[in-house]
Unconditional design. Sequence first.
Length: 540
Amino acid sequence: MQSFSALSKALYQQALRGSARVPWARVLWRATPPACARGLQAAPLPARHVAAAAAAAANSTTQQQARSASYMPFMEDITYLTQEQAQSLDAELMGPLGFSVDQLMELAGLSVACAAATEYPTSTHPRVLVVAGPGNNGGDGLVAARHLHHFGYSVSICYPKPTDKPLYTGLITQCRSLGIPFLSAEELQAGGPLSSRFDAALDAMFGFSFKGAPRPPFDGIIEMMKPGAQPPPVVAVDIPSGWDVEHGDTSGAGLRPDMLVSLTAPKLCARQFAGQHHYLGGRFVPPQIRDKYQLRLPAYPGVSQCVRIGGSGRSPAAGPANVADLRVSYGGAGQSLDEADMSEAGPLAEFDAWFKLAASSGLAEPNAMCLATASPSGAPSARYVLLKGYDERGFVWFTNFDSTKGKQLEENPFASLAFWWEPLQRQVRIEGIVEKLPDEESDAYFYSRPRGHQIGSLVSMQSTPLRRGRAELEERAARLEAQYADESIPVPRPPHWGGFLLRPLCIEFWQGRPSRLHDRLRYVRPSVDAQEWRLERLSP
Ligand SMILES: Cc1cc2nc3c(=O)[nH]c(=O)nc-3n(C[C@H](O)[C@H](O)[C@H](O)COP(=O)(O)O)c2cc1C
């Protein structure tokens, strides 16, 4: 059997032989500034990628989440309603079945308050914000606010577009009479991060009849409640605001609530809910409705107004109950990867489309990639680095050449990169040969960095032991910061710091599919300068 290092040496020599022949990639790199210098720009995405993103989001429910409480049914066993079904069911309740809108609202709001109080008790989450929209969902929120007040919470309401109907004016009067303050949208938005003022927030802005994109001031309030703004836990009433009732957060602009309280029955979008707590409320469904709509819903325990039906059930800090049970179901309609769909311009163009989609999927660092290198004897070593550019030549990152990875690449220039873009259920794997970037390109990137980062490159002798502990690092940082305190003195790029370029020999595109029957399409070429790529499908 050929040893790894003998094999890699043979491959390397073969690849280099090829690379000496056709230096086209270098020419292209010079013709256009490297992406790392240009910055990665967002561009319109091909429709099929948008469909893939929506489909991925639609199927991100974890079976692990569904099992986390013993009485909880499997998500698959529960009925999810379309928008039309939800509307006709409501009409039937308020028609032949004799309910009034006030009654349904009262019961819905009560179950929301009960569910929220179950997960976010007054002892830990005393200050609650309720944001109410102009429709019935907002009414549910006002009722919930009143109940939460009676449960002992300090409640504030933001109701920017009040509805001038007796039902709603009555709810406002009830809340005001309890001393619940009403904040205007301006006051809410001017008051700094929500987490500094509230311990939980109720999203009762838009319900199952809502269509289109949220308008001001709701769009701004939604921004304050999105994960990027680090809000307190968000509890969505029936539909997370900004979501399509059937397809979920298709625009990517919707909320990512920690808790969802579905009312009467979950709507189709609830399949995508990936937060901690999913409850069902609205304990009023009569048998006629249950039978007509063939509703499969769990029984409410005892006298409870709500029942848990999903969610991970744990705080992120608590960690998983059982690691082996952490299991995500991948894939869904529209999420396939077909040979015919791959870019005619080749794998780098395909990567470009995938990367842009990943960059728009809400990931904080879509450019984080696992870089695997190996010692000359083949001992592997992996770590994350940040992709800082890519173009026809390959993939660029910056590091310390004297680090472990730097030394390994010096001696064994084969490396492998892997990206995992969880919201898209997509992985990209790249293998190839690594070389140092030309000095002028490393300089260009070095001087595009904040001055503090430039000094940081001088400070850290990456991967070497700090024999005197962190103090040694901090003393060195202080010394160099003093040395370069005068900003007119440029910080020299240290010779041991710069960019690496991986020139790919193979690039694999992986799309998660149901039952672990994933799609894998791999492009391979015999040398790093060969222009032709062979596309093959691999078993998952
Ligand atoms: C998300 C993430 C991004 C990182 N990006 C870089 C990077 O771009 N360059 C780098 O040298 N180290 C980066 N690091 C640190 C490396 O993972 C690693 O600790 C360091 O490079 C030393 O690795 P080595 O000893 O294997 O050479 C990053 C770490 C994380 C978690």
